[in-house]
Ligand binder design. Structure first.
Ligand SMILES: Cc1cc2nc3c(=O)[nH]c(=O)nc-3n(C[C@H](O)[C@H](O)[C@H](O)COP(=O)(O)O)c2cc1C
Length: 398
């Protein structure tokens, strides 16, 4: 809820900004960074790529906050940052160019301080018009004077290296949290220097334009995210080892999809889930478990920790997937399909807690939702399992 309100506040602020060209915008106090989110580091690396197409929507407040902290936030009590700098001179200042105004990221206060009103993104975009689609342009500016008396060539060398590291922090955050970005040296440097009121020793080195990927739900954590379609079998997700898991491989089986958590009062449902899988699977029935930390911070661990927990505490043998979000702004595309009638063609069924069950039939059609507290071996599930669904031909149900 808090996140939702913050998002609304940011949207209002962005909308208001369009009417306030002449006025100095207010500082934006950023949310506390969520340091538990995102894909694991190997998945983030596996998915990193430059993206140049963006959805036409602003970043939500939590994504903006987390992104800035990941890029160049303070991660230790002594004031050092997520990105190293030569001799810890911390020469890189990060400017956030939003549609309403340009801001300087104040890492100490985790706040965006206003620098100039109006939309400066055209100065960052330069000739590359696709950049204007991205709701946020982050510009890495090196303050060369922080390097003291070294010669200019060495200072510029360090500045380039330092900017590159911040850029890679941005790229890994984006790939791990389902955002799109591309690093760019293209920009109208002189005009940007004027507009950002930079001194001669402050040099724009590099920028990353950031947004949500075009045609996918925001923040498709730890998954390849095809555009939504009407069928479960069209999705590819990631298993708990980080490998792609194509749901088309489950064609012809009934599937129970469940969002799991290791520290929940309902965690013991793993026992019944495993028993159900033993009895009805694996040829005609599959269970796939999605760890999710959406409820009560009850799934805080990494994929590796969750995998270990399931194997040792509950001897789980059904396929476990990589951790995702099952609700909110960063809902995984598969869960957007599972929970929205407009996508699944059947029913709105938001996830209310850990261990909510979704039933998918042999054709990949949405067939039911069973609430978290209803046990996996309840009659509603076993009766469904024992009723074979008619096979679909191209013309429809036989
Ligand atoms: C220093 C640097 C400058 C770049 N400048 C631009 C640029 O101005 N415009 C652009 O579209 N891409 C730019 N890129 C992105 C590269 O084209 C891209 O990283 C490269 O093609 C490899 O693709 P990948 O990032 O998907 O691996 C730049 C990348 C780097 C590292």
């Amino acid at each position: 809820m808090k996140r939702h309100l913050a998002h609304l506040a940011l949207l209002t602020l962005l909308a208001a900004g369009t009417h306030l060209h002449a006025q100095q915008p207010a500082a934006i106090k950023l949310n506390t960074p969520d340091k538990t989110r995102g894909a694991n580091i190997m998945q983030a690396l596996a998915q990193r790529q430059s993206q140049r197409e963006f959805a036409a929507r602003p970043l939500n407040h939590q994504d903006l906050s987390d992104l800035l902290w990941a890029a160049n936030g303070i991660n230790r009590p002594d004031g050092r940052r997520t990105a190293p700098t030569a001799s810890n001179k911390q020469d890189i200042d990060l400017y956030a160019i939003l549609p309403d105004a340009a801001y300087l990221y104040d890492a100490k206060e985790h706040t965006l301080q206003p620098i100039a009103a109006g939309d400066l993104r055209p100065l960052v975009a330069g000739a590359q018009k696709f950049a204007l689609q991205a709701p946020l342009h982050l510009v890495m500016v090196s303050e060369l004077s922080r390097f003291g008396n070294a010669d200019d060539q060495r200072k510029r060398h360090w500045a380039a290296l330092d900017a590159g590291i911040v850029s890679q922090n941005i790229a890994l955050f984006c790939s791990g949290c389902g955002l799109a970005t591309v690093p760019r040296t293209s920009m109208q440097t002189d005009k940007l220097k004027d507009a950002l009121k930079l001194t001669p020793t402050q040099i724009p080195m590099l920028n990353n334009i950031v947004g949500y990927p075009k045609q996918t739900a925001p923040a498709a954590t730890a998954a390849t995210a095809p555009a939504q379609t009407g069928n479960f079998h069209n999705y590819t997700v990631r298993d708990i080892n980080g490998n792609p898991f194509n749901l088309a491989t489950l064609k012809g089986k009934k599937v129970l999809v469940v969002n799991v958590a290791s520290k929940c009062g309902l965690t013991k449902q793993y026992t019944q889930l495993q028993a159900l899988y033993k009895k009805y699977g694996p040829d005609q029935f599959a269970i796939i478990g999605f760890p999710a930390n959406n409820f009560g911070n009850q799934e805080p661990g990494t994929d590796a920790e969750i995998k270990e927990f399931c194997a040792t505490s509950y001897q789980v043998t059904f396929p476990m997937m990589s951790k995702i979000s099952v609700k909110g702004d960063d809902i995984h595309p598969l869960y957007a399909w599972l929970t929205q009638a407009a996508a699944n063609g059947k029913q709105d069924a938001p996830v209310t807690w850990n261990f909510q069950k979704f039933l998918i039939d042999e054709n990949g059609d949405w067939s039911g939702m069973v609430p978290p507290r209803t046990p996996p071996d309840s009659e509603i599930i076993t009766t469904w399992l024992e009723t074979r669904t008619a096979t679909k031909t191209k013309a429809g149900n036989q």
